[in-house]
Design a protein around this ligand. Structure first.
Ligand code: SF4
Ligand code: SF4
Length: 379
């Protein structure tokens, strides 16, 4: 097998700088990162900073994992910049506020890497894309010599899994992300779009922070869950096949992995990977809590004419706990369908236009938007 098929997994039981650094250094050796990183290169680390959140909540990539990756790249001679477009507005002020809230400002000072504040973006052409031939992408990613995807292992209400591939959605600037949800409201085309984007950006190295992962209604409303592992690979699709297995899912449960597999970009299951390091089975959590939005497959057994209606009814909807809503408007700002209004400083959803993308659930800083399935379909 080639280095592209290789996925490294090693135990790391706590957020201890030295241990994290030692694991990443060994994984980069296994992946021959020195072949990719040349002195003087501009290396851009793309973390997951979807929401302003403390590292222990397991919403964002832990800053100590980013710091360890930065140190390994600096030792190989690269200049390191961390760049991300979190959900919401993409402005220098919003970026600084995210860096501070997520613990990145302190990590950058102590480990000597830079944090991006340039909020320009340009068009990336993806002529081979199946559903999208261009994307608007933040400038530092386009200007990088080397892109390193450093993500968090999380469940995801819409895509099932958030790891290396889904993390690349964050290269689309701020409020342009809801536009893509509008263009691709159904899961399957949205998944194809993610594959087009990931292939277009093509990170050179990928690292997954799975020391503490997120289970349940991720990527921001779930609960921290100890997994105790760090993973690395050159290929984001191969890496996510193993990530899916760790959280008790199959490739077939993840729409973007299904799309990637049908394009020949990744194997159908873990057996097609070359796994280096420790036995991945020791990290699998069989009771890992899945997102409530995970679709059941009973629909395909219904008569064809009933399937669209059943699919609509069976897809869980976002429900706002009105008494806990503080009226901040973040959900309305992120809703691609503009179907959330603030009334008397409380958010209210008009379900006639809701496409079940769960951006509102993802962006609510108070975590007061639940994902609810009709009781009949819970059965
Ligand atoms: S209400 Fe929420 S789930 Fe529905 S379209 Fe808007 S952001 Fe998406
Ligand atoms: S983001 Fe959450 S707290 Fe803010 S208005 Fe929407 S539901 Fe309320």
């Amino acid at each position: 097998m080639s280095l592209e098929n290789r996925v490294c997994i090693n135990s790391c039981e706590e957020y201890d700088s030295r241990r994290i650094y030692a694991v990443i250094q060994e994984q980069f050796r296994q992946l021959n990162a020195a072949e990719l990183v040349k002195p003087g290169m501009k290396a851009v680390i793309k973390p997951n900073l979807v929401l302003k959140s403390k590292p222990e909540a397991a919403v964002v990539t832990h800053p100590l994992v980013v710091a360890a990756v930065a140190s390994c790249l600096q030792e190989l001679g690269a200049e390191v910049l961390v760049a991300e477009s979190p959900g919401g507005l993409y402005t220098p002020g919003a970026l600084r506020s995210s860096y501070h809230a997520c613990g990145y400002s302190d990590a950058a000072k102590s480990h000597g890497f830079a944090l991006n504040e340039d909020c320009s973006s340009r068009e990336l052409k993806t002529p081979g894309g199946a559903v999208s031939k261009t994307f608007e992408v933040i400038a530092p990613i386009l200007d990088a010599d080397l892109i390193v995807d450093v993500c968090k292992l999380k469940t995801h209400c819409m895509m099932g899994l958030s790891a290396a591939v889904k993390n690349m959605f964050g290269v689309v600037p701020g409020l342009m992300k809801p536009e893509l949800h509008c263009r691709f409201p159904e899961k399957a085309p949205f998944a194809e779009m993610l594959v087009d984007l990931c292939c277009g950006v093509r990170p050179h190295l990928c690292v997954v922070d799975a020391i503490t992962a997120m289970e349940g209604n991720g990527p921001s409303g779930g609960n921290p869950r100890f997994v105790g592992a760090l993973l690395s690979a050159r290929d984001p699709f191969y890496l996510d096949v193993l990530c899916a297995g760790l959280v008790g899912m199959k490739t077939a449960d993840i729409p973007y992995l299904q799309a990637a597999h049908s394009r020949g970009l990744c194997p159908a299951d873990i057996d097609g990977l070359e796994i280096i390091g420790e036995n991945y089975r020791s990290f699998i959590a069989p009771d890992f809590v899945q997102p409530e939005s995970k679709t059941s497959n009973f629909i395909e057994h219904l008569p064809r004419f009933l399937q669209p209606l059943a699919a609509r009814l069976a897809t869980p909807a976002p429900r706002i706990r009105a008494k806990d809503c503080v009226g901040c408007g973040k959900c309305a700002e992120s809703c691609p369908q503009h179907t959330i209004k603030l009334e008397n400083r409380r958010a209210r959803i008009d379900y006639s236009h809701c496409i079940r993308c769960y951006c509102c659930h993802e962006m609510c800083p108070q975590h007061v938007i639940d994902i609810k399935r009709m009781p009949l379909f819970k059965l």
